[in-house]
Design a protein. Structure first.
Length: 85
């Protein structure tokens, strides 16, 4: 079954709320901008967020991985900038 645009937006919102994925102050702006994207773009955003969230979750408790966490956040910021989010 193919997800609807609203289901993708709901997934994106829940992924943004995970610790370390996105600053709370940016969530509403990001979601507002996501609403303007096409279905295909939303699919890419949701998939990218899911990958980033998993990666952050796997390394969040490793002190030696601080730089990797920063790099993942920077990559996510670049991804959002790509879509003007």
């Amino acid at each position: 079954m193919k997800a609807t645009k609203q289901q993708l937006l709901d997934r994106i919102k829940s992924l943004l709320e995970l610790p370390g994925v996105c600053a709370e102050s940016k969530r509403e702006t990001i979601l507002g901008n996501c609403e303007k994207l096409s279905f295909e773009q939303l699919c890419e955003v949701a998939a990218t967020l899911r990958i980033r969230a998993r990666k952050l979750a796997s390394i969040i408790n490793s002190p030696e991985k601080i730089q990797e966490i920063k790099d993942a956040k920077d990559n996510l910021d670049k991804f959002f900038t790509k879509y003007g989010i």
